[in-house]
Design a protein around this ligand. Structure first.
Ligand SMILES: [Zn+2]
Length: 515
């Protein structure tokens, strides 16, 4: 009875807390808008992270950008800017040279990028193709003696067709209305079967690469149905990065699907094909640890300054381009958000902490390890004091598109709060509260242990067609106005979260506590 009364009181309290007092301070919003929309530095930051720095693959490319960001955040007046190690990662890797062409039946350069952690060819080499028309691993054994000095090409069952859809897209009013009603879990059965198909293909590829290496092959070529029209989707075999494993000497190149299918047709028809290639890659073993960039705007309220509002994005990228939309965009937005708050001299009650993660592309390593180290007691599996003090985490990692709203991760109690925080930005296209979870990036590291972690809804633009993990993910695919809008909204959200009397409610707490 007593407990029920307590629950009622607490619930009443929490309902009241979603009322009038979550209206943002409009004087501050106005200032944030002026700084974020009219005096933005977001594209300057993006320029340094992409054009100047180059690719930010886990290793030296990432470290260069991490140091630049740390220094920039310090220059803007943030405190405790540092590179915080999160644990053992493995080897760094870079391409030093990469060239491949067909020399017979005629000369033609191929559109190609080595996969990350690929080996090289030692020097410029001439080679014939070995075309393998098999899809099961046992049949591969039959090729063991034919591999020496060959470039391996495995039959691909697909063809390509022209696309009649535009590359770039924004959410329509109907799309957004649907999202407001959709509270489905993020991983459905089609996702699971996709993952299963990917695992089977990876197992085959791993076996093929091992065999090719043992048999003295010179290189292996691969492609995907999406890698057309000059856009290559390239990732890498990060098993080769593990400390202690031998460097993989086999050159492993992604080439355009048009080149791939052309070589396959020639090989199948028995037309003699010759290739020449020169690939040089480098592994780095001096520092095999992974690092996150961390910096803070200290809180000003004696009672609340120990509590922390975090914002973050992953700074590491794949290597075929400069990772502009994945995720220099998100990092530039987050850095810009704290720059805006710092420049305006606002005094947040809670501490605001920015994190630029690494190892995201290989499995959310930076954020996952940060959460484990800071927020979860390894023995009890409960929140540490620091975990209790985390008020909220906000993430941006869906490309260059402007913010259209926020995903609740099924945290319904956060909905009415965020709805009020979005109100002053309806005119900029940010209106939608989507109950469902979004996945695939660093807020998941927070959400899955029960912390309040959120990602924003962003217009897709060309993310899935052109830029995400491709050789076209470059500065010119960024949209300045969208990034300015996103920085402004993130700055306002983070400020509101730092000023609110209570922390953002947690999912498990929403029913019975006043948080
Ligand atoms: Zn990303």
């Amino acid at each position: 009875m007593k407990r029920q009364l307590l629950l009622c009181l607490l619930t009443g309290f929490s309902l009241a807390s979603f009322g009038q007092k979550d209206k943002p301070d409009l004087t501050v919003v106005k200032k944030i808008r002026e700084e974020g929309l009219n005096r933005s530095k977001v594209m300057e930051t993006a320029f340094y992270l992409t054009d100047v720095n180059g690719p930010r693959l886990q290793g030296p490319g990432f470290m260069k950008a991490a140091n630049w960001s740390k220094n920039k955040l310090t220059e803007w007046g943030l405190q405790n800017a540092r590179l915080e190690p999160w644990g053992e990662w493995g080897k760094g890797w870079e391409i030093e040279r990469s060239y491949i062409a067909m020399t017979a039946p005629y000369y033609k350069t191929l559109i190609a990028v080595p996969r990350a952690w690929s080996g090289g060819t030692d020097k410029l080499q001439q080679a014939e193709i070995l075309y393998i028309d098999e899809s099961d691993t046992t049949a591969l054994e039959g090729y063991r003696d034919k591999l020496k000095n060959k470039v391996i090409l495995i039959h691909q069952p697909f063809a390509i067709s022209p696309s009649f859809n535009p590359d770039a897209r924004r959410f329509t009013a109907e799309d957004l209305a649907k999202m407001e009603k959709d509270d489905s879990a993020p991983r459905d059965s089609s996702y699971r079967s996709l993952i299963q198909a990917m695992r089977t293909r990876n197992a085959f590829n791993q076996k093929m690469r091992k065999l090719a290496k043992q048999g003295g092959a010179l290189a292996i070529l691969n492609t995907s149905q999406l890698s057309k029209d000059g856009t290559l989707f390239v990732s890498g075999d990060f098993a080769n990065a593990a400390s202690g494993t031998a460097h993989d000497d086999l050159a492993d190149l992604t080439i355009s699907v048009e080149d791939y299918l052309s070589l396959s047709r020639l090989a199948k028809a028995g037309v003699p094909v010759k290739l020449e290639l020169d690939v040089k890659t480098r592994f780095f073993t001096t520092d095999t640890k992974g690092y996150n960039v961390i910096a803070e705007i200290p809180g000003s309220d004696p009672k609340l300054k120990e509590e922390v509002v975090m914002l973050g994005a992953h700074l590491d990228s794949w290597h075929a381009a400069t990772g502009a939309t994945d995720n220099a965009a998100g990092c530039s937005v987050m850095m810009e958000a704290v720059r805006i708050l710092k420049t305006l001299g606002l005094k947040p009650r809670r501490t605001i902490r920015i994190a630029l993660w690494s190892g995201e592309e290989q499995g959310l390593h930076g954020s996952k390890n940060y959460v484990a180290k800071h927020f979860i007691d390894p023995n009890t599996r409960k929140f540490t004091k620091e975990g209790e003090q985390l008020a909220a985490y906000f993430n941006v990692d869906n490309g260059t598109g402007k913010i259209r709203g926020i995903y609740l991760q099924n945290n319904t109690a956060a909905g009415p709060i965020f709805a009020q925080w979005l109100e002053p930005f309806h005119d900029l296209g940010a209106t939608t509260i989507a109950p469902k979870s979004s996945g695939g990036t660093d807020h998941v590291s927070f959400d899955r242990v029960g912390l309040a972690g959120f990602g924003f809804i962003q217009d897709g633009i060309e993310y899935s067609t052109r830029t995400h993990h491709t050789n076209m993910d470059t500065y010119d695919h960024l949209i300045a106005d969208d990034l300015k809008q996103a920085s402004t909204i993130v700055a306002s959200f983070v400020y509101n979260a730092a000023m609110r009397d209570q922390k953002i409610p947690l999912k498990k707490e929403t029913a019975e506590s006043g948080r």
